[in-house]
Ligand binder design. Structure first.
Ligand code: GLC
Length: 648
């Protein structure tokens, strides 16, 4: 049955009118073989290129030349251990540095157990991943983590061991190799801010071993922790209040910015930095292409500061970038910086001294949902204009939903000018998406509602937030139609943004919220599990059954993905800008590259619109329907969208 489906649905999208030839593929699959003798020379050259700066930064931070020498020795050791295929891939990626900026890049993120049970299961589902046009998979945390104290795997107790139920390091290598054969890149989390309290270091620290205590932040009384609390905000104000945990058995406080079982590592200790770099290189050598640096702004702590985005964080990320450019230059760094835009952008570093290759476009994501709730794209347009004005080398990852909550980090200064006040607006958005306010069809739950600040974040799947859950429950066909339209329009808009789109697994078939987490005592307190449900493969089979919600969504997304692949204006470094539509609910994004141009129109409201757009004369072909249109008078249905390609 499944095989039949996949055959059938591989034809899906054939109705697209996009006729342009495929542009260059992102992955140079046939990499040249690097001979052993050449490898040494290549390494020496890379090392030479970065040595001065690396040593300078290391000494500035640690002033410890023997630890630096140890780092250098180990870098070479990891390079020697790196297998031939990966070395060849490094070399070809070094020569085509823009390999990940091509228009066929499409990501998907999933938890391995939710998606396919274990690593072997994922390997057996690679055809489905290809069918989704995905060539980059983010495997959510899979390293060893204590059950019930795992924070979704973000509390790692062993950086060199895969969770037993998911497989082994050999399975990981087998999976990355299989992915590479299909041109699929593999991303994993590198949780470097903290370890689990079950990590070997933490266990020894707990027993009072000073060498290991110095790898964390230990205090034998509350004086310093209290000082820190004065300036350090809280990440989980409700589920894990405070930034320190008292350990009665050890008679000490330990710093725990996240959950009490996630102990912050002390990067002032060069042993921590070195060992974590060895872990990073060890994992890179398993065939990982993209390393997501988890919670990166938090990795350096100083008293009397918010302990976020301190300048030493940038020193560390820059060193990490150089270390990877020396040992494994095919690997990309993806920074997880869930902050306002001014804080995010510095993580790209500068042209001469780059830090991360890619960053999440988090403010745009939150502003997108604000636009859904308000039917007003003014703030979103402003936000996109900011992103579009940044250097084109900066690659953002765009997404509608991920495994985390949505924090309402909007530009409240701008909203204030329109009379919208922060606290009331957050309340409105949370009410709206829970389905209590306005014309809402959304379903979902609050996350970390803080009774003191009144702040709360939000959890739910894309489909549930678009109304698919409610319409399904009420068996309301018209509402379902609308919900699917909104869901597809949001994806179409997300694909038009500057950068690389990433789908959350299940979104391609409209998977709704999963409330079963409430029955699991290890998960019940953390509402993020509402949108981390297991992939429903029975539903996924419907993608070949015309008329089903799954088929409609899958088919529509597939059409969009094929257009993206076929049209070179979708490369990440195309010119991208917004234009005025004179309608507050309709967003327009334009992309242009090498003389070609596509105008996207996106209606964020449930009303049909007629638009009179100035300055875009001439005829366009709408790429989904193939119809000819002009922008000086154009009608756009409720929650509709167009991809309009300028005719020659
Ligand atoms: C990141 C992860 C989040 C986790 C946190 C602590 O923000 O995305 O899921 O809770 O780091 O590791």
């Amino acid at each position: 049955m499944a095989a039949k489906n996949s055959k059938k649905s591989s034809k899906k999208g054939s109705t697209t009118t996009a006729k342009t030839k495929s542009t260059k593929k992102s992955e140079p699959v046939q990499a040249p073989v690097v001979e052993e003798a050449d490898a040494e020379k290549i390494y020496a050259k890379r090392f030479e290129r970065h040595l001065d700066e690396l040593r300078w930064l290391y000494m500035e931070l640690y002033n410890n030349s023997s630890m630096f020498a140890e780092l250098c020795d180990n870098m070479e050791r990891f390079f020697k251990e790196r297998n031939q295929e990966l070395k060849s891939m490094d070399s070809s990626r070094e020569t085509s540095k823009d390999w990940y900026k091509q228009n066929d890049m499409l990501g998907m993120m999933f938890y391995i157990d939710n998606f396919a049970g274990n690593m072997k299961g994922v390997e057996s589902k690679l055809d489905y991943i290809e069918q989704c046009n995905v060539n980059y998979v983010h495997l959510m945390p899979f390293l060893e983590t204590p059950e019930g104290r795992s924070d979704g795997g973000y509390a790692v107790s062993d950086f060199r061991k895969v969770q037993e139920n998911l497989g082994s390091m050999e399975d990981l290598e087998s999976l990355t190799t299989a992915c590479h054969k299909k041109g699929i890149n593999v991303c994993m989390d590198f949780v470097m801010n903290h370890t689990s309290e079950d990590h070997e270091w933490a266990k020894r620290a707990r027993q009072g071993d000073g060498e290991y205590m110095s790898r964390y932040f230990f205090f034998d009384n509350s004086y310093i922790p209290t000082l820190y609390e004065k300036t350090v905000p809280q990440v989980f104000p409700t589920t894990a209040p405070g930034n320190f945990t008292w350990l009665p058995d050890a008679n000490h406080f330990v710093m725990t910015t996240f959950y009490p079982y996630q102990w912050d590592l002390n990067y002032k200790n060069p042993r921590v930095f070195n060992e974590m770099m060895y872990n990073f290189l060890y994992l890179a050598n398993r065939g990982i292409d993209i390393v997501r640096i988890d919670a990166v702004p938090y990795i350096w702590k100083e008293l009397n500061t918010p302990c976020r985005n301190l300048k030493q964080v940038h020193t560390i990320v820059r060193m990490m970038r150089m270390i990877s450019e020396i040992v494994c230059p095919g690997v990309l760094l993806l920074g997880e910086v869930v902050m306002e835009p001014e804080k995010v952008v510095p993580y790209f570093g500068s042209v001469e001294k780059p830090e991360c290759h890619m960053l999440y476009n988090v403010t745009t994501m939150a502003t997108t949902w604000h636009s859904v709730a308000t039917r007003d794209i003014s703030l979103l347009k402003k936000q996109l204009d900011i992103v579009n004005s940044l250097p084109k080398d900066y690659v953002f990852l765009n997404y509608l939903r991920c495994h985390d909550d949505i924090g309402w980090g909007l530009d409240y200064d701008t909203l204030k000018m329109a009379g919208i006040e922060e606290r009331a607006h957050k309340q409105y958005l949370n009410d709206y998406f829970q389905g209590y306010a306005g014309e809402s069809n959304s379903r979902g739950e609050l996350y970390n509602a803080d009774p003191i600040t009144g702040d709360a974040r939000f959890c739910g799947t894309t489909a549930s937030m678009c109304g698919i859950e409610k319409a399904g429950f009420e068996q309301n066909e018209a509402a379902m139609e609308r919900a699917v339209r909104l869901d597809v329009m949001l994806h179409a808009y997300m694909f038009m943004q500057s950068g690389i789109p990433v789908l959350y697994s299940g979104d391609e078939v409209g998977q709704v919220n999963d409330y079963t987490y409430k029955e699991n005592p290890n998960k019940a307190a953390d509402s993020r599990y509402i949108h981390r449900g297991a992939m429903n493969w029975n539903l996924a089979e419907n993608i070949s059954k015309p008329g089903t919600v799954e088929e409609k969504l899958f088919h529509a997304l597939s059409n969009l993905e094929k257009i993206r692949k076929a049209e070179k204006v979708f490369v990440t470094n195309a010119d991208t800008w917004t234009i005025e539509t004179k309608d507050r609910s309709v967003l327009s994004i334009v992309r242009a590259f090498e003389g070609e141009k596509i105008v996207g129109l996106f209606n964020f409201s449930e009303y049909d619109k007629t638009l009179y757009i100035d300055g875009e004369d001439g005829e366009f072909t709408e790429l989904i329907s193939g119809t000819k249109k002009r922008l000086n008078e154009i009608s756009l249905p409720a929650y509709g969208y167009y991809y309009l390609k300028k005719n020659e």
